[in-house]
Design a protein around this ligand. Structure first.
Ligand code: IMP
Ligand code: MG
Length: 332
């Protein structure tokens, strides 16, 4: 029987999903790794054998010789896809017969990039994602199967998982985060794809095949885009510097704020999160501040004396979820 574990971002992206994916692949029994949403708007920072890689399209399975598929919920920029293959090869990663694109994934065209480039209202990553998804739903887009250059990489998801490998164990790697989800995020300050665990199902994985949902959060929150997110207080700049909060795709400064527990709880419930990883604890340690919001509107703050009190409170907040605290990708 097909078994699927899903990794989702629980905030606004940049929670450290790449690190968790990389860790699980190094331990796990996975036969496949599938990216299920987004495109090259994502930037996953991965430390493999001490070396830093930033991937945008290609799932982290490739670092372990696991078949890595860009799923049908994704959009692909062909030039960036080949650039990434080159970067991985030059970094000494054996990618032969490991990288695939679902035949029914959509392709970003130059007109999508142009349309996104003029965009200033939302502060998109200007990688053509929104316009490409718009055309997908307007039924004027083009699928990967229409491109000769992609032929060696194409895969039919149904044949792969229901005919050839019905006992596959799949790690589904999400991009962005629940608060950027097209339906559940703070619309219109969202991305154009489904960042939820249901988004993984849309790639051809039936709900019964989902074994666990690993939610990844950061011990504080960050957001890149045009809405005001960072409170006007000193202290957040120190957090931004200590956490090196710059976009992996655009280099933009990320706005910082404390973590909202009720918002995380909503994400736990809407996504059926079974395991929760809270990253970048070392950054709060460095700035010596331990605070969380206890309401949805980020108005009421609880401040703790130390890390132990913080961890205890967070664990008690999520009694039915397995909570793990972790550090920055490069520091663990
Ligand atoms: P788009 O996905 O490029 O259309 O951008 C829409 C919004 O999502 C903007 O606020 C982006 O900054 C944000 N966004 C998209 N991808 C990521 C990501 O991987 N990390 C963080 N923010 C992202
Ligand atoms: Mg990122």
């Amino acid at each position: 029987m097909l078994k699927v574990d899903v990794i989702i971002g629980m905030q606004h992206g940049d929670e450290g999903k790449g690190k968790v994916t990389h860790y699980l692949l190094s331990k796990g029994p996975y036969t496949h790794c599938v990216r299920y949403n987004g495109g090259c708007n994502a930037g996953h920072t991965i430390y493999h054998k001490g070396e830093k890689f930033v991937t945008h399209h290609i799932p982290a399975g490739v670092f372990f010789g696991v078949k890595s598929i860009i799923g049908p919920g994704c959009v692909v920029d062909i030039h960036k896809f080949f650039d990434e293959i080159k970067m991985l090869r030059e970094g000494g990663i054996d990618i032969a017969d490991k990288i695939f694109i679902a035949k029914n994934a959509h392709v970003i065209q130059s007109r999508h990039l142009q349309a996104d480039y003029g965009e200033t209202k939302l502060g998109t990553t200007r990688t053509g994602n929104g316009p490409c998804y718009s055309e997908k739903y307007a039924r004027t887009g083009s699928r990967a199967e229409g491109y000769r250059i992609l032929e060696p990489y194409l895969v039919d998801m149904y044949e792969e998982f229901f005919i050839r490998h019905p006992n596959a164990e799949v790690l589904c790697e999400g991009a962005q985060g629940a608060e950027l989800d097209i339906d559940w995020g703070d619309y219109p300050y969202v991305t154009s794809s489904h960042c939820t665990s249901a988004g993984a199902c849309l790639n051809g994985f039936p709900p019964q095949s989902i074994r666990s949902v690993i939610g990844v959060a950061k011990a504080y929150e960050t957001y890149v885009g045009t809405k005001d997110f960072q409170p006007d207080q000193q202290g957040f700049n120190a957090l931004q510097v200590a956490g090196e909060e710059f976009g992996a795709t655009t280099g933009r400064k990320r706005q910082c704020n404390w973590m909202s527990l009720p918002n995380l709880e909503k994400v736990v419930k809407l996504n059926g999160v079974t395991n929760l990883v809270i990253n970048k604890m070392d950054v709060l340690e460095e700035v010596g501040a331990w605070s969380v919001y206890v309401d949805h509107r980020r108005a009421n703050l609880f401040t703790f004396q130390n890390k132990d009190q913080f961890c205890e409170y967070v664990k008690e907040y999520f009694p039915s979820v397995d909570v793990i605290f972790s550090g920055s990708p490069e520091r663990i």
